[in-house]
Design a binder for this molecule. Sequence first.
Ligand SMILES: Nc1ncnc2c1ncn2[C@@H]1O[C@H](COP(=O)(O)OP(=O)(O)OP(=O)(O)O)[C@@H](O)[C@H]1O
Length: 313
Amino acid sequence: MERESPLSPEGADPLLSLEGVGRRYGFRGPWVLRGVDLTVTPGALIRVEGANGTGKSTLLRVLAGIDAPTEGRIVGRPRTAYVPERFPAALPFTAAEYLTHLGAVHGLDRPAAVIAADEWLERFGAAEYARTPMAQLSKGSSQKVAVAQALLADPELLVLDEAWTGLDAEAREELERVVVERTAAGSAVVFVDHDPRRLAGVPDATYAVVGGALELGADKGTGAPTAAVAGPCVLVEARGRRGTRVPPEAGELAISVEETGSGAHRFTVPEPQSDALLRTLLGARPPWHVVSVGPVDDPDLDDALAALEVESS
Ligand SMILES: Nc1ncnc2c1ncn2[C@@H]1O[C@H](COP(=O)(O)OP(=O)(O)OP(=O)(O)O)[C@@H](O)[C@H]1O
């Protein structure tokens, strides 16, 4: 199988590579994964898709380093954090104790671990549960703790297996923002999510697990500006500091920019360019706050794009 690598900064060394990786359970079990090659570079955002039971979670566990390949090898082991599909919530700690302990395991000293635990719980709207025993948390709240534990120690590779499941709407949006921020800051994120709208248009690459192999999906973003404007678009709502002008590069990437409030802007951008737009906004000085990223469902825009396509042909 040809090895595909996602968009990466020019010349960046891979964080981690899977080379000819295969995984099966049990000595004679069927191969769940076979001949998988994958290179994860700094800043890459990779989506993994596939039908139920095809091996997505297996792949993510191997990437996260909590499961070993049966054959093949893994080159590199960045500082990695993982949010599993099922989080063992019935632990004999409060949320804050658990996070502080894990922070220490990840190398933070105790005061730094306490601060990081508080900050992440706050950010995901779970600060009020900090002193609640984990066993008493609802599924959604314990999922917030699962996400917080992964973000505590600034991972270079974040692996999210259905991490949005069970989160409330605000926390789901927050996690999308965190993913965009982390990749803009140079960390890699690999995720599985059953909702096709999750981070739609943002990943650098989408892979599907099919028959144990990894196939590069059709909706791979190029991350680079292209002349094409036809095709699906993404709506990015972002807020700049009051009085800040839209970064010129963001204006060039977008088909349209609308000011919706003081500092608040709505960018409509062709899907392949959405990642570049997000990086531009988050990398601006001062950085823009990305409020939401979602698909465009606007018949007028579809007509306008069709007209543009005709004009440019
Ligand atoms: N610990 C295990 N022991 C034995 N078989 C396993 C184990 N984990 C996964 N499998 C098997 O490996 C195959 C792939 O499972 P995996 O959970 O990786 O798929 P998935 O694509 O993530 O599924 P889903 O979409 O349902 O979460 C399945 O047939 C599953 O039964």
